[in-house]
Write a protein that binds this ligand. Structure first.
Ligand SMILES: *[C@@H]1O[C@H](CO)[C@@H](O)[C@H](O)[C@H]1NC(C)=O
Ligand SMILES: *[C@@H]1O[C@H](CO)[C@@H](O)[C@H](O)[C@H]1NC(C)=O
Ligand SMILES: *[C@@H]1O[C@H](CO)[C@@H](O)[C@H](O)[C@H]1NC(C)=O
Ligand SMILES: *[C@@H]1O[C@H](CO)[C@@H](O)[C@H](O)[C@H]1NC(C)=O
Length: 562
């Protein structure tokens, strides 16, 4: 009885005067808003850096959805949890050091996406296939094969990509890491020269504006960033061409971020949209958050009872609907145009119809189809950018067993600017797809009925900004103790780069607590920048011919006859 009374009293007191946790001790309170790649990485690296510097921190993560991972998410084929498939960010690569290290440190299992399926990969321009090759991996840029059609352009492009990636990787290490201004670093590393022009202009500046760029590089910018070469900056085009060592986490890449958050030891609040940030009289931040009750009804937004020393906004601000006190954000956050992408996943026993691709009946149609513009087609921005092809890509993801028919089926993914229609799928598969995509339940009960589409899932989202040329980027510091990670997305938008910005902000915060000062910007400015890309053409030709000859086991003269 006494105990009960005491508890009620305590509860009463709590509601009457919310006990705000003030860091009068030396515990630093940090709020992270958003548990996607950037927020998870920020929480994790805050913990790591604080550990190293013996700083005591307490991290609180607010996430508006019910899960960790943000745009990195899976859905389940046939709604069966044993068949998860990536909806958003499907791969990462070897040079993604943060994701690769996390994969190792959390002992996650890596798979080579698309490795087992085989079949042809083709690039379709809306009328014909401009290029096809055997595809057995996402690591599809097969230099030897490409040499046949495009000569040395693939080699030089590859070098250009490697040079650009090497420059970008300087952002991971002192003196370029950490950075208070991304614009300054982009300038110091000469990367603004690449972000300041279109992919097409950058390739042209390197004498690479021929058919290889039009067909292959553009297919990459379309599948990765829903953009033609004229409407993406040079850096975006280079990143789209850097798929070496493509990998994915078995069961879903989101697990990297879930593990990061767990290892951070943060207090995590899911279903907790942040609605406001304000500064209190002690110059600490108050976060207002509404917790959803699960019936779609948001709870009334209330101030969270912790006064925060630092706040990291780790979600695109323009979609977050967070109100802030006037003057809180000293460097206003730009609204940037995001791409609108329809992602359609579906399972079908059918391969693609030769007729749809203007091929003779019974032709071997590629199972993974990327697209480019027609030869005389003018590039358009945004939604019209898909052009005659009408979609950016249709790719075989996996072969799975249909649990009802026990027959193997293909799982495909479509990226398109408009919603996929049953008509489109009927043409693509060469079989009538019903209005509802999948058939009604009663026929589903009959095992002998073959559904052209046995399962489908469609989502509309804003996966990344439209990367138009630009030379300044939203910096990570918005005000004293207030940080923002999404500015990096118009520079490069990948899981890794968002994680890099999270790590960067974590470093800045812990440096401030620890009183660490780093190399001044003037010194950094005098460091060497971009490497020279193009070396002697004759050497390259000779090397490439040598490689080709080795691959085919015969002298180059014979090969040229093929
Ligand atoms: C931080 O230090 C604690 C205590 O030594 C340790 O258990 C934890 O794994 C460390 N966390 C990270 C992310 O390094
Ligand atoms: C850490 O933060 C949590 C949740 O935000 C809070 O409940 C707790 O009191 C804080 N702990 C310390 C030691 O400040
Ligand atoms: C990844 O791990 C390696 C080896 O432990 C380390 O040298 C490197 O700094 C790590 N990189 C990042 C970005 O964490
Ligand atoms: C944005 O927040 C305000 C106040 O919290 C709310 O009234 C409004 O409905 C929200 N808008 C959206 C689009 O969520």
């Amino acid at each position: 009885m006494a105990y009960y009374l005491f508890r009620s009293l305590a509860l009463l007191l709590f509601w009457a005067a919310p006990a705000v946790v003030e860091s009068t001790n030396n515990v630093k309170q940090i709020a992270v808003i958003g548990a996607g790649a950037a927020g998870s990485s920020a929480a994790y690296h805050l913990r790591r850096f604080a550990n190293e510097s013996n700083i005591i921190i307490n991290v609180t993560v607010f996430e508006k959805t019910s899960r960790i991972g943000g745009r990195t998410l899976t859905v389940n084929v046939y709604d069966d949890p044993i068949e998860p498939i990536e909806l958003g960010a499907s791969i990462f690569v070897d040079v993604n050091y943060i994701l690769s290290n996390a994969t190792r440190d959390f002992k996650l299992t890596v798979v080579d996406p698309g490795a087992e399926e085989g079949g042809l990969l083709g690039i379709w321009d809306g009328e014909s296939f401009v290029y096809t090759q055997d595809s057995n991996s996402w690591d599809w840029v097969n230099l030897v094969r490409l040499f046949w059609k495009y000569g040395t352009a693939p080699y030089y492009t590859h070098k250009l990509v490697q040079g650009t990636v090497a420059t970008f990787l300087k952002l991971y290490k002192e003196p370029f890491f950490p950075f208070r201004s991304l614009s300054t670093r982009a300038f110091q590393l000469d990367l603004v020269k690449i972000t300041g022009m279109t992919g097409r202009q950058f390739l042209a500046a390197n004498n690479l504006d021929g058919p290889f760029s039009h067909d292959i590089v553009q297919a990459s910018t379309r599948v990765n960033y829903a953009s033609n070469l004229e409407f993406i900056h040079g850096l975006g085009a280079m990143v789209a061409m850097a798929p070496e060592g493509a990998k994915a986490i078995e069961g879903g890449n989101w697990q990297i971020f879930a593990n990061m958050v767990k290892a951070s030891g943060a207090d995590v609040h899911l279903n907790s949209p942040v609605t406001g940030i304000s500064l209190n009289a002690d110059q600490k931040y108050t976060i207002t958050t509404a917790q959803e009750l699960g019936h779609g009804e948001p709870k009334e937004a209330k101030p969270y009872p912790v006064a925060f020393d630092d706040v990291i906004i780790a979600t695109p601000f323009q979609f977050a609907n967070i109100s802030t006190d006037k003057n809180l954000i000293q460097h206003p956050i730009d609204v940037i145009p995001y791409a609108t992408l329809h992602v359609t996943l579906f399972a079908s026993p059918y391969k693609f119809s030769p007729a749809f691709f203007n091929l003779p009946p019974a032709s071997d149609v590629p199972v993974s189809i990327l697209t480019t513009l027609g030869a005389d087609e003018e590039a358009q921005p945004g939604k019209s950018g898909a052009g005659k092809a009408g979609f950016y890509s249709v790719t075989l993801q996996r072969i799975v067993m249909n649990p009802r028919t026990h027959n193997p089926e293909y799982v495909y993914k479509i990226f398109s600017p408009e919603a996929v229609t049953p008509d489109f799928l009927s043409g693509l598969l060469g079989v009538e797809v019903p209005e509802s995509f999948t058939r009604e339940e009663d026929s589903a009960a009959d095992d002998s009925v073959v559904n052209p589409v046995s399962w489908f899932h469609t989502t509309l989202f804003h996966p990344y900004p439209q990367k138009y040329p630009r030379v300044t980027f939203q910096d990570p510091i918005l005000g004293d103790g207030l940080y923002y990670t999404s500015g990096i997305e118009s520079f490069i938008s990948t899981m890794e780069t968002s994680a890099l910005m999270g790590m960067n902000v974590a470093r800045l915060i812990i440096d401030d607590y620890a009183g660490v000062t780093r190399v001044e910007d003037e010194e950094v400015a005098s460091m060497p920048a971009m490497p020279k890309y193009v070396d002697d053409e004759q050497d390259v030709l000779a090397q490439q011919q040598q490689k080709t000859a080795e691959q085919y086991g015969r002298p180059i003269e014979d090969i040229n006859e093929l």
